[in-house]
Design a protein around this ligand. Sequence first.
Ligand code: DAK
Length: 264
Amino acid sequence: MSEPTFQNILFDESEGIATLTINRPKSLNALDATTLKEISAALDIVKGAPDRIKALIITGSGEKAFVAGADIGAMHALNAIEARELSRLAHEAFGKIERLQQITIAAVNGYALGGGTELASSCDIRYASTKAKFGQPEVTLGVIPGFGGTQRLTRLVGRGKAKEMIASGAMIDAKEAYRIGLVEEVAEPDELMVKTRDLAKKIMANGPIAVGMAKYVIDRGADLPLDLAIDFETQLWGETFATEDQTEGMNAFLEKRKASFTGK
Ligand code: DAK
């Protein structure tokens, strides 16, 4: 099957890492319906190729922006039906990111505003350049975050910080984002991709089933009472013993060699 061609994103695969770059630098990589559809299609490629693609990096094109939010020009005149369709497209795309078996890392290279912070928050891990700026300015436009921002940001930084960011609409820089736990690493702009790829490679060296299961139980367990979440972890821990990767990982340790995981 031939893979789709894209206008508003770049999609590249190398060394087992897929990179999805939002590529509308003239409008600071703002998200319109076409871009959301293309993101969704690229995520289907990643989902369908776990043997070939072991990690996904999402970033923005150009020097200035990761994603400066939803495309305000395209959005302001939407009628209710079109707005609902835009919402559906965004939730579909962002939900797909979370449900991928592979780890996803946002490499936030500049402005991540509104839908940009929401896109980054949908990824498993966020690395930011020193030039990155985060914010949920929706209230300045008379609306509330609508791509999951009230929920995902809150789960990452806590209610007080999320309310402060969302109600003020103010931007925070990468240092502050690191301090509040919104990003896991801050790098100089020319080192952002190197550091992000290094992390992806470290993760890819591990058993892919275990990595996928760990991601799944962290995300799903977070919404359960602790005793149920621990039960859930126990079930999945047991299931790892049905995999060849568990045998290989433990044999490799005992034989003092590097494990060679097959994802089986
Ligand atoms: N949409 C469209 N164009 C944008 C844009 C955006 N979000 N952000 C920037 N641009 C365009 C600018 O209009 C400008 O275009 P030209 O004038 O050159 O044609 C170009 O990008 C460069 O921007 P600036 O000239 O403004 O650059 P500055 O360095 O001066 O400022 C900035 C950078 C990022 C501070 C500024 O551009 C800015 O404030 N941008 C808007 C940020 C923002 O408010 N983003 C939207 C947040 S609200 C939904 C759910 C959720 C949402 C939507 C729908 N549904 C459920 C349906 C999400 C909403 C949001 O994301």
